[in-house]
Design a protein around this ligand. Structure first.
Ligand SMILES: CC(C)(COP(=O)(O)OP(=O)(O)OC[C@H]1O[C@@H](n2cnc3c(N)ncnc32)[C@H](O)[C@@H]1OP(=O)(O)O)[C@@H](O)C(=O)NCCC(=O)NCCS
Length: 362
């Protein structure tokens, strides 16, 4: 059963509010289902072109036990008996013990009643009680609001709640099948500079002999991706964290289609990954493409991306599209994605706020 929010709120006070907020018990199937339902409804309403839902099994799994990098707590907000709002708090561990990612969601027909503010206040208190001092959150808005999100709900809300927009990204969508000639033309560019490099592509976990190199590149991706004013702690290369993420994906019915480029010496120097849901024709999500700093300028990013895309198309002809997200100032990868055929559909923003004193209940 869901238990009352354990975030320092006097219980009587929570009940007096228009929305009653409880912490989700991961073993409470009904509460986890309600949480997932709000996540999916809000995603479909606000992000129709690029929302790709994580399965309920993944939500349950990561709520029940922390991953290498985060511990998760979820909240539900009830108006009467109806769950109308949710909160998702991911508290950083290891590399980021000061950080909390907070995501309030409110069903579209229940907005502008203060539910989002109350949910955020409860999560801020939760983060503060657990010693976190830097709060971040991510949200999307329609292209018509422009890169600053002027007039959009998340930007208006974030501003009202003391968060700054620290960085803007672009969501793009690639309809499948890809244009064969277009990808061939891309591969033809700079091919002379790639003599001796080889490509491997596979579905599923990273082969053991490539894992260490893959983990180093994964950390490099998080460091080198432009992130504007957003404070992002450097990620330590962690092969065990990669295996942990793969285990959670396997247990929740998802799998990655991967491609790696190996240098003439056999080191992993580029990779590209696309996340899919097994047995369901959801859009796939392009997770990351990175090239080792010492091997840039040879078109290895294009090589890895095209190899992953082609394997996806061979193995999953039922998947209609691939969704991806880039920093809007990441000219290289935006250009590469446009060359592949991706079309921008929405903006996404990273918000942040420093907790300087105790979080204030709203
Ligand atoms: C953002 C979201 C959580 C806001 O929930 P909400 O319950 O409507 O928020 P509140 O009623 O507490 O709004 C508080 C203040 O935020 C601002 N705000 C909220 N929605 C806004 C909008 N559409 N346009 C401009 N400002 C807005 C206003 O200042 C509002 O105060 P007011 O209503 O007195 O003018 C909700 O729109 C949502 O679920 N969006 C999709 C998920 C998402 O983007 N989450 C944010 C992740 S950081």
């Amino acid at each position: 059963m869901a238990r009352a929010a354990s975030c320092g709120w006097p219980p009587g006070r929570v009940r007096l509010r228009a929305v009653r907020i409880v912490v989700v018990d991961p073993s409470d199937a009904a509460a986890v289902a309600a949480l997932h339902r709000i996540y999916v409804k809000v995603g479909q309403a606000d992000n129709p072109q690029s929302f790709v839902a994580a399965p309920v099994a993944e939500i349950r799994e990561i709520l029940a036990a922390p991953t290498a990098r985060f511990e998760f707590t979820a909240f539900l907000g009830f108006a009467g008996d109806e769950a109308v709002a949710s909160g998702w708090a991911a508290l950083g561990r290891n590399d980021a013990p000061h950080l909390a990612y907070l995501t309030p969601r409110v069903l579209a027909q229940h907005r502008r009643r203060g539910h989002g503010s109350r949910m955020l206040a409860v999560m801020e208190r939760h983060a503060a009680d657990h010693g976190r001092t830097l709060l971040q959150g991510t949200a999307v808005w329609a292209a018509e609001h422009g890169p600053d999100g002027w007039g959009s709900a998340p930007v208006g809300f974030a501003k009202a709640r003391g968060f700054e927009l620290a960085h803007t990204g672009v969501r793009l969508r690639l309809e499948l099948p890809t244009d064969r000639g277009r990808l061939d033309a891309l591969l033809a560019q700079r091919s002379a500079r790639r003599a001796g490099y080889t490509t491997r592509a596979w579905v599923g976990p990273v082969p053991q002999q490539l894992l260490d190199g893959w983990a180093v590149l994964h950390a490099m991706l998080s460091e080198d991706e432009p992130h504007g004013e957003l404070e992002r702690p450097a990620e330590t290369a962690d092969p065990a964290a990669i295996r942990g993420d793969e285990r959670i994906l396997a247990e929740s019915g998802r799998v990655k289609v991967n491609a790696a480029v190996l240098s003439p010496a056999g080191a992993v120097v580029a990779f590209s990954s696309i996340l899919t849901r097994i047995g369901a024709p959801d859009a796939a999500f392009q997770q990351g493409t990175v090239v080792d700093r010492d091997h840039r300028g040879r078109g290895l990013g294009a090589l890895a991306k095209v190899a992953a895309l082609r394997l996806l198309e061979q193995t999953r002809p039922d998947i209609p599209a691939v969704v991806t997200e880039n920093a809007q100032d990441n000219a290289y990868i935006l250009e590469l994605n446009r060359a592949v055929g991706c079309v921008p559909v929405l903006y996404s923003g990273d918000f942040q706020r420093h907790l300087t004193g105790p979080a204030t209940p709203h």
